[in-house]
Each structure stands twice: as structure tokens, then as C-alpha cells.
Design a protein around this ligand. Structure first.
Ligand SMILES: Cc1cc2nc3c(=O)[nH]c(=O)nc-3n(C[C@H](O)[C@H](O)[C@H](O)COP(=O)(O)OP(=O)(O)OC[C@H]3O[C@@H](n4cnc5c(N)ncnc54)[C@H](O)[C@@H]3O)c2cc1C
Length: 411
């Protein structure tokens, strides 16, 4: 390969693709990133960044910068919406011996992407091409090619490796004929963002979950453009209602008022509707194509695990890929990446995110009471609380991944 050609192509300049570019680029790997948008997108998706992820991002000061532009949230709460009872409260301080970051940082994903982009500005061996869409992927023995549609038409780019960080509808995954097994939830999730201060007015902490047999809710604070910040509420919606009905002014006011009655109408500054899936790719590696982030796995957002899992993929993958490219290590390491990250995507993120949703939406009174009683008991027991938080903070899944080895000799 000519010495100025990229060694790694990355489809997708979302948070995972950009992070991979930074992790590889700062070690001297030549990287070219393609993203079909004009720049980072600021729709209200991920904000919650868990302790295990912050531990991975502390190098280079990224975790500290995320805390600076976001909010530090040590505590989260479970509420029973019909009775108004605060059922359980969990404080990450209990993980002080398990992590350097015994708290969550609420940092909107576009801010994380921008922090990484700023770092990329200083790395000449990384190119980020916005307005470029990967449309086709082919592999030969030692190279992988991506056909990319840019402002001047379609051009072919080659590299030794291609990372598909191109989101849930990944072209890299589809062109590599990798199945995306799982299912789609019938209900869409609506995110309504408001400046209404749920902490001052109602005593909810900045990460509050509400169980309700009629409709659950997640209620979170983000720093937005600075104090006082904004609150995001996430609700399920009726699968039979057309989008225009679900997102109309009357509908969003009715939803907010039903859940959180208030004498004043709510000021709603964003309303976004999402189709939500639970799916995992059948492999995260096909020859020279590697999947990371939403291209490899998607899940419902309750518990905030999707991007965290994607960042953890990126760190795991880039550490191994750098060894293959720079140290001549065997590419079997990339099979290990697949095995480690796919296992925890299934065993932890899928299982936990589905359980989180079922806990909040349970309708049967006996099941509801059992769920709430279990949360009360966990919160009252120090060691059970720690075990519970090790899972929610994604430390348990990182530890599990580290124990996984390939059956045959590792390089
Ligand atoms: C309401 C909601 C709340 C969420 N909250 C959280 C949370 O709190 N914590 C958490 O961890 N996760 C959360 N998530 C999940 C999180 O948003 C995703 O996991 C995250 O966006 C994945 O990042 P990514 O970089 O893999 O993919 P994306 O963010 O989807 O980025 C992919 C990029 O690739 C580009 N692209 C796509 N196709 C092509 C192509 N063919 N060529 C070039 N570019 C392409 C896209 O335009 C995009 O810029 C939430 C999701 C939703 C919907």
C-alpha cells in the first residue's frame, strides 16, 4: 500500500467512528473517516456516560472534559409514578474501590463528538470527510475498498482495514452480509426536552426512572448550553398512532400533564420520535471489515448503554488493531475483539436493557410489587447495591470481556 494511503478507513463520523479515529491516529496510524452528514448531529440521544466508560476515556483528558461540559450525576432514583413513592436511590460512591469515576457524567453525545473532533484537528494523519457517504464495500486479500459518494461524485478509497461505525443501518454490515439478529419494539420512544426544573419543583434527581403500568418514563437532566440546563423525558408511544398525532403540541402537553401534572403548560424545546430495536450482529468481524457501536448492536435507551457499549467496542478494537498494524501482531486478535465484545453485548447490554424496560412497564400488580420490593431490598443492602451498580455502571461487563480468550492459541 502506498505510504500516504490510509491504513484504516472508517465509515461513520458519529461518536464511535471519531473516537476510533482518535485512538488510532494518535498512535500514528493513517486514518480516513467518511460521514454522510455535514457535521456532528445534535439530536437528543446519548448523554449518560457510565463509570466503566469514563475509566477508558481518562487518558488524554477526555473524561475530564466531558465532565466539564456536562453534568456529574453520582445518584439515580427509581420512582413509582402512581403512588409517588421514591422506591430506591443508588449512589455510585459505593463503587469507590471499583472505578476512578464513581459517578455518571451526563454529556450529550454531540459534545463528546466535538471534543474528539477538536483533538483530531491536531493529528495530521487523520482526515475526516463530512458530506461523504459510503455506498459500497469490497474486499480482496490485503485490501478493502469503499466506494464513497462525495460532492464530486463516487470515488473508490482503499485501506488495509475498514471500521463500520455507520450506525444501526450500517452499509458496512449489510455489504459484508452480516445478519443483525433480534427484534424491533412495536412502540416508538418519544423524547421531550423542557427547561422545567424537575429537581427544584418535584425533588427528582438528574437521573430518575419512573415505573408505571400505563406508561413508564425516564427523566434526565443535561447541561445543554449551560446553567440551568434542560430536562429530557422519554416515554413510550402508542404504536397505532401516526407520527404527526404523537408529536403534535396537544399530544405532547397531554403526555407531560398526565405524567407530571402542572398548573402551567410545559415549554417543550425538542420533540423527537425513535424506533427502537434489540439487535446484535452475528459477527463483529468479516475479513477486513470490523463493526463497532450501533452498527454492531442496538438496544433500547433505558439504562443508557448503547453508546457506552460502542465506546467500549472502540477502545477494545483500536487497542488490538493498532497492535496488528504497528507491531505486526496476528489478526487473530481481531477475532478476539469479536468474541469479547459480542459476548458482552448479548450477555449484558441486551439482557440488562430489556430487563430495565420490563421493570418499568410491568402491568400485573403482583409483578409490579415484586419488582419494586426487589429494588427496595437491593437499595437497603450494601453488597447487593454494589453488585447491582457494577452491572448498571457497566464495570461487570468490562470485567467479563477481559476474561474471554480465544479457544486456540492467542497471538
Ligand atoms: C433517545 C435515545 C437516548 C439514548 N441515550 C443513551 C445514553 O444515555 N447512553 C448511551 O450509551 N446510549 C444512548 N443512546 C444510544 C446512542 O445514541 C447510540 O448508541 C449512539 O449514537 C451510537 O453511536 P455510533 O457512533 O455507533 O452511531 P451513530 O451515532 O448513529 O453515528 C453513525 C454515523 O454514521 C453516519 N453514517 C451512516 N451511514 C453512513 C454511510 N453509509 N456513510 C457515511 N456515514 C454514514 C451517520 O450519519 C452518523 O453520523 C440513546 C439512543 C436514543 C435513541
Amino acid at each position: 500500500m502506498p505510504s500516504n494511503d490510509p491504513q484504516v478507513l472508517i465509515a461513520g463520523g458519529g461518536p464511535v467512528g471519531l473516537l476510533c479515529a482518535w485512538l488510532l491516529g494518535r498512535q500514528g496510524v493513517r486514518v480516513r473517516v467518511f460521514d454522510n452528514n455535514d457535521g456532528p448531529q445534535d439530536d437528543p440521544r446519548a448523554a449518560t456516560t457510565h463509570p466503566a466508560t469514563l475509566d477508558l476515556l481518562s487518558e488524554g483528558g477526555l473524561a475530564d472534559d466531558m465532565a466539564r461540559v456536562g453534568l456529574v450525576a453520582p445518584v439515580f432514583q427509581f420512582w413509582d409514578r402512581p403512588s409517588g413513592e421514591l422506591v430506591a436511590e443508588f449512589d455510585h460512591a459505593i463503587l469507590a474501590r471499583d472505578t476512578a469515576h464513581p459517578f455518571v457524567v451526563q454529556c450529550e453525545q454531540f459534545k463528546t463528538a466535538k471534543l474528539v473532533l477538536e483533538r483530531l484537528d491536531t493529528i495530521p494523519n487523520v482526515e475526516v470527510l463530512f458530506g461523504h457517504e459510503v455506498v459500497d464495500v469490497t474486499q480482496r486479500d490485503t485490501i478493502v475498498s469503499a466506494d464513497v459518494r462525495g460532492p464530486d461524485g463516487v470515488r473508490s478509497h482503499t485501506g488495509a482495514w475498514l471500521i463500520g461505525a455507520d450506525g444501526g443501518r450500517s452499509v458496512v454490515r449489510k455489504q459484508s452480509a452480516i445478519a443483525f439478529d433480534g427484534f424491533t419494539w412495536p412502540e416508538r420512544f418519544i423524547v421531550l426536552t423542557t427547561p422545567y426544573d424537575f429537581e427544584a419543583n418535584r425533588g427528582y434527581c438528574p437521573r430518575s426512572y419512573f415505573a408505571d403500568p400505563e406508561a413508564w418514563c425516564n427523566c434526565f437532566k443535561v447541561s445543554a448550553d449551560g446553567p440551568p440546563g434542560l430536562w429530557r423525558t422519554v416515554f413510550p408511544t402508542d404504536p397505532n398512532q401516526p407520527e404527526a398525532d404523537v408529536t403534535s403540541d396537544d399530544a405532547v402537553q397531554a403526555l407531560m400533564q398526565k405524567f407530571f401534572p402542572s398548573p402551567e403548560p410545559y415549554q417543550v424545546v425538542h420533540r423527537n420520535l425513535y424506533v427502537t430495536h434489540q439487535r446484535v450482529a452475528t459477527t463483529f468481524r468479516k475479513g477486513r471489515a470490523l463493526l463497532a457501536g450501533d452498527s454492531a448492536h442496538v438496544n433500547n435507551p433505558i439504562g443508557g448503554m448503547g453508546l457506552n457499549g460502542g465506546i467500549q467496542d472502540g477502545v477494545n478494537l483500536c487497542e488490538k488493531l493498532a497492535r496488528v498494524i504497528l507491531d505486526g501482531a496476528s489478526d487473530r486478535l481481531l477475532d478476539l475483539y469479536d468474541l469479547q465484545r459480542r459476548t458482552v453485548a448479548v450477555e449484558f447490554v441486551q439482557e440488562q436493557s430489556i430487563a430495565n424496560k420490563k421493570r418499568l412497564e410491568a402491568k400485573d400488580p403482583a409483578v409490579r410489587e415484586q419488582n419494586l420490593a426487589e429494588l427496595r431490598q437491593i437499595a437497603a443492602d450494601k453488597e447487593r447495591s454494589r453488585q447491582f451498580l457494577l452491572r448498571t455502571a457497566m464495570i461487570a461487563s468490562q470485567r467479563r470481556a477481559a476474561t474471554i480468550e480465544l479457544a486456540e492459541a492467542t497471538p
